[in-house]
Design a binder for this molecule. Structure first.
Ligand code: SF4
Ligand code: SF4
Length: 382
């Protein structure tokens, strides 16, 4: 289907260096050029707040959306008379109650008296289209408003996780794992992300870029104090803005299809209608996962070159605590273990999706590149 390029949407931007006890005033000034929270929430509406709760990690690890930002969103939604609820489905192998506790969401929900929705047990609706099927958790579909609150991170499989990728957490539990299996290559997975987005386009996305992650994100990278919040109505344009801001090549993010963006010149910050502060970030380049080079291989060549360009997990036996979360998370059963020993990989099964890497609680998994990919990387970055 040929799409008409979307109209450019304003992007709100504010520098914000730390998670203060009350971020509501900063958030209010961020949203003001977009019409404030009143532009998105009306009195009596149910509002799902969708943070990134990838795994059971402390907010300081910069893997999950910080509770201070979610708290600020709750307060502004309430001021409009909306009824906020927090919902996300973390990586499939991780226990939800542990995630709520470690990420600070349980304490936040108690303080603010909001519901934490278990998307695994709330039922789902199946969508079928020409490219296959997927399901979305019912509470997301039944809410009046969806507010997307992602963490800004690099991502070994998609290069970037921001506004669009965060919506993958609306797919309940292990269905996410099955979808990875059905969409093993990044282009097909990127199409899936776009289809999910189109079923539940958020009213607004508020990016947690105060402290994000670079390197081998979304969980094995290094926290990076970017020092900003940004917001916008269009998830694709917001992610394209992130690419320009962090100097991530637009073409390395497979879901940023050209027809989702207003113009090809989106690769520069100046191309965006920015409202608020003029972005001034630490000029050190963002560490992009080495796998981003794979995203430049034309789709028709992917299968042909797969034996030479691959990305696979390598497990550091001395770090591994044998929790076996990686085994449970792998959609291809490429990781196996006997007697709870360190898991071993069957390389021919691995699709390089990084699900194992995402769930490992102790960073025992690194994603290794094939010799050819390492060589190209060295040439580009000696
Ligand atoms: S081993 Fe890891 S990267 Fe390979 S398919 Fe399984 S989860 Fe994905
Ligand atoms: S590699 Fe990580 S996730 Fe897998 S068993 Fe070891 S500690 Fe657990």
């Amino acid at each position: 289907m040929i799409r008409t390029p979307p109209n450019p949407q304003p992007i709100a931007f504010r520098h914000c260096r730390e998670y203060t006890a009350d971020l509501a005033p900063v958030l209010e000034s961020l949203l003001e050029p977009l019409g404030g929270m009143a532009a998105f929430v009306k009195s009596g509406q149910t509002v799902i707040l969708k943070p990134n709760l990838l795994s059971d990690r402390h907010p300081d690890q910069a893997i999950t959306t910080h509770p201070a930002l979610v708290q600020a969103v709750i307060r502004l939604v309430r001021r409009q008379g909306g009824i906020p609820r927090i919902a996300d489905s973390p990586a499939a192998a991780v226990k939800l109650e542990r995630v709520w506790e470690k990420t600070g969401m349980k304490a936040l929900a108690e303080t603010e008296q909001v519901d934490l929705i278990n998307l695994e047990q709330a039922g789902s609706v199946r969508f079928d289209d020409a490219e296959g099927s997927f399901t979305i958790a019912k509470p997301i579909l039944e809410a009046d408003v969806l507010i997307n609150i992602p963490k800004v991170k690099t991502h070994v499989f998609m290069t970037l996780t921001g506004a669009v990728k965060n919506l993958y957490g609306t797919i309940p539990g292990y269905q996410k794992t099955h979808l990875h299996k059905q969409h093993p290559d990044p282009f097909s997975f990127a199409r899936l992300l776009a289809r999910i987005h189109d079923r539940i386009p958020p009213a607004v996305t508020i990016l947690d870029g105060i402290v994000g992650m670079e390197g081998n994100g979304p969980s094995g990278g290094t926290p990076r104090a970017w020092g900003f919040l940004a917001a916008g109505r269009d998830a694709f344009q917001l992610d394209a803005f992130l690419c320009a801001l962090l100097k991530i090549p637009l073409g390395s993010v497979p879901y940023l299809f050209k027809d989702r963006l207003p113009s090809p010149s989106c690769s520069s910050v100046d191309a965006f209608d920015i409202r608020g502060d003029t972005p001034r970030l630490d000029p050190r380049p963002c560490q992009i996962p080495p796998s981003f080079l794979l995203r430049f291989i034309p789709r028709f060549l992917v299968k042909l070159v797969a034996p030479y360009f691959w990305l696979r997990p390598a497990i550091a036996a001395s770090t591994c605590i044998r929790c076996l979360q990686c085994v449970a998370a792998c959609p291809m059963q490429a990781l196996t273990t006997a007697d709870r020993q360190v898991p071993t990989l069957t390389p021919s099964r691995c699709i390089g999706c990084c699900c194992c890497h995402e769930v490992c609680p102790v960073k025992a998994i690194s994603m290794e590149r094939s010799p050819l990919l390492r060589m190209i990387r060295r040439k580009r970055n000696p």
